[in-house]
Design a protein around this ligand. Structure first.
Ligand SMILES: Nc1ncnc2c1ncn2[C@@H]1O[C@H](COP(=O)(O)OP(=O)(O)OP(=O)(O)O)[C@@H](O)[C@H]1O
Ligand SMILES: [K+]
Ligand SMILES: [Mg+2]
Length: 673
């Protein structure tokens, strides 16, 4: 990226634009440097400081460079997003949309509630929910993934994104976005950093850095009268140089670039983080909650078999299950209709003229059904149907429990079917655990993260899938409220909670979690509730999100340590230089301050210039690290802290001694200053 010349040129221009004091003042440390640069420039022009002109000039130049380098870091970090934003902008649909009633309107004028029809070959005109039909959709423009995805009404794969393209069939979409506030719009402003706000951690660190700056400002200002007392006259240029050397310019220059780069690293992993705070939180996550269907399993729950109760004909069960599913737009419901047709040639027109009243599935009741021809038919989770039959005054056959358990033990989902007060049997819904889940959960465990599967499914199915996938723990028969309660309980215990989910029933939990990662394939409600969207819809993406979060925190910590340690060395370079002339004149070659003069630099001027040059150059030298992030190896927090203190604390202490000495050799030795 640093070798990308056009990008670098644009960033350089941008960093000059950022010199505007109104923008600079938001970064107090660098603002002080800019004021110092202006000041020394004036001193050089006016020439009243008593120092040689070349000295004042050199200091001024390197102070300006310090500011520009700081801006450059931020501009480079932002630059990459800008290019991506331009690409996304070209996707915005400008064509007309076809409403269901046949009228056409401009895509840009669509409002929430409008219902549009999209057929093969057309671009979807706005974000929405599929309310009718099923289609394969090319989302590569947004996700980069070339394989088409299925979007269908009813289930957890109902959300569509404006700007993506329908490849086959026809879907009816209810628009959910306000004009100008599409997912694409949010994505653009995100990668552009348009509404980037400082995170609470950044604000706190900023206050600390400003505090340090004020302390050093006071110290340096009061130095002049003290020095005068001791018979030394310190020039203003020297004081400014000393101040800039002492304040934490390195981290002050790199802080925002580190944050932007963190967001950008997520974008490159196809994760849109809608808040910087969530990115930071992900670095400290303790517990990860995942839903089962579609997250740990493939989520394509398909009816596989009918298991009738004794005395019930299999076809009778199939007929009842089919009737209860005719209006059930969930993939489960549709698959039951398909199976009934395959097995017994039961057709959809069965209820024609019978005025059926359908009861849609909800995550709270965990049932769905129909009232038709004087009968009430329900299908749903075993415990829910048992309760319903009980309320109807019936009694479940003793064989029911055994059948439910037999199906559940296989990891399949049993749906009990009842007609009035009689249980007819069980429909078996098959689902498959995704590949490689166990390794992923092991990896999360190594990072110190506990994984918990939360599912609306029964205990036995949940236990089987938990065992097969290697998740640490599970919560079964969870309603949306229980998911929310679980998160609150973990948070009350002082733990940071991440959650991945896709369903409308996951939305409250996604909103409550510290890190809520919504699957892009999920429902619109889930995508709006979370603070991150995973375009790849990969539930184990959290591993990478956590790594990026940890990397962000470590990088910021490491560079802060480095920056502050760094300034100590500059103090040892400059202070002896300031007093050197006094003591050399007064007390011969060895005064008390000579003990401070550990670096024995060439001349006072050379010492000060060397410190300022080092102070400026260390910023671009660290830009790659700030953008790339410190390498993260999974290990305990203590080990990590020790390692970083050693490398960046000690490194920050030693590096400037070596660097300043080398620069001094050049400045003094070669240039004769
Ligand atoms: N279409 C349906 N009709 C009747 N009952 C259903 C239907 N779909 C699911 N169920 C029952 O409701 C339970 C909860 O389903 P839901 O999809 O809400 O689970 P969930 O909470 O999203 O958990 P997960 O997605 O992890 O399985 C299912 O386990 C099943 O027993
Ligand atoms: K500094
Ligand atoms: Mg679900």
């Amino acid at each position: 990226m640093l070798t990308d010349l056009p990008l670098l040129r644009a960033a350089l221009l941008q960093s000059l634009r950022k010199l505007d004091p109104r923008a600079m003042v938001r970064n107090p440390v660098m603002f002080v440097v800019e004021v110092g640069a202006v000041f020394t420039t004036i001193l050089w022009l006016v020439g009243t400081d008593g120092d040689p002109g070349w000295f004042t000039f050199t200091v001024a130049v390197f102070l300006w460079l310090t500011v520009v380098f700081g801006n450059l870091a931020e501009a480079i970090a932002e630059g990459r997003g800008k290019a991506q934003a331009d690409a996304l902008r070209s996707l915005r649909t400008t064509t007309d949309a076809t409403l269901r009633d046949g009228r056409t309107v401009a895509a840009a004028d669509l409002r929430p509630g409008d219902v549009v029809v999209v057929v093969a070959g057309e671009a979807i005109p706005g974000d929405g929910t599929v309310i009718e039909g099923i289609a394969s959709v090319d989302e590569s423009a947004i996700t980069g993934e070339s394989a088409p995805v299925i979007r269908e009404s009813g289930g957890d794969r109902s959300a569509v994104t404006g700007g993506t393209k329908v490849l086959s069939d026809r879907i009816v979409v209810e628009i959910t976005q306000e004009p100008g506030q599409s997912f694409l719009d949010r994505m653009i402003s995100l990668v552009e950093g348009a509404d980037r706000r400082k995170t609470p951690n950044e604000v706190a660190l900023g206050i600390l850095l400003s505090g340090l700056t004020i302390v050093f400002l006071v110290v340096v200002v009061t130095l002049k009268p003290f020095a005068a007392e001791a018979g030394t006259d310190i020039s203003t240029t020297t004081l400014v140089a000393l101040l800039v050397a002492l304040i934490p310019t390195t981290i002050g220059a790199l802080l925002s670039a580190i944050g932007i780069a963190g967001m950008d690293r997520l974008v490159r992993r196809n994760v849109l983080a809608l808040s910087g705070r969530a990115v930071e939180a992900s670095g400290d996550v303790d517990v990860l909650l995942l839903d089962k269907t579609g997250t740990i399993t493939l989520g394509n729950r398909q009816a596989a078999a009918f298991h009738p109760m004794p005395g019930v004909d299999e076809e009778e069960l199939a007929r009842a299950a089919q009737l209860s599913s005719l209006a059930d737009e969930t993939p489960e419901g549709r698959s039951i209709v398909v199976l009934a047709k395959e097995r017994f040639d039961i057709r959809e027109e069965a209820v024609a003229g019978a005025h059926p009243e359908f009861v849609p599935f909800t995550a709270e009741t965990r049932m769905s059904g129909v009232d038709v021809g004087g009968h009430r038919i329900r299908k749903g989770a075993g415990d829910a149907i048992l309760r319903w039959v009980d309320d109807e005054g019936g009694q479940a056959p003793p064989e029911l429990t055994a059948t439910l358990e037999a199906v559940a033990r296989e990891g399949a989902t049993p749906l009990a079917v009842a007609r009035d007060s009689q249980v007819l049997g069980v429909v078996e819904l098959k689902d498959i655990v995704k590949d490689g889940m166990r390794e992923r959960f092991d990896r999360l465990r190594a990072m110190g993260i506990r994984t918990v599967m939360v599912t609306g499914d029964n205990r036995l199915t949940a236990a089987k899938i938990a065992e097969e996938s290697g998740v640490d723990d599970f919560l079964a028969e969870a309603t949306p409220e229980r998911k929310l309660e679980l998160i609150r309980a973990e948070q009350d215990g002082g733990r940071l909670v991440a959650m991945t989910g896709d369903g409308t029933n996951d939305a409250p939990a996604l909103a409550q979690a510290d890190v809520g990662v919504a699957m892009n394939t999920g429902t619109q409600a889930a995508r709006e509730a979370g603070n991150m969207v995973d375009l790849d819809s990969d539930p184990t993406k959290l591993i990478e999100i956590v790594e990026v979060g940890k990397q962000l925190l470590i990088t910021r910590g490491a560079l802060t340590t480095f920056s502050i340690a760094n300034d100590i060395a500059k103090y040892f370079a400059i202070l002896p230089a300031i007093f050197a002339s006094t003591y050399a004149a007064n007390a011969g070659s060895t005064g008390p301050l000579d003990q401070l003069n550990v670096m024995s630099l060439g001349t006072p001027e050379s010492a000060i210039i060397s410190a300022i040059v080092f102070n400026a150059l260390i910023i671009p030298a660290l830009v790659p690290l700030a953008l790339r992030g410190v390498r993260y190896v999974p290990s305990g927090a203590d080990a990590l802290l020790r390692r970083n203190l050693l490398i960046y604390g000690l490194g920050g202490l030693i590096a400037p001694f070596v660097g300043i000495k080398l620069i001094d050799l050049v400045v003094h030795g070669l240039l004769g200053a």
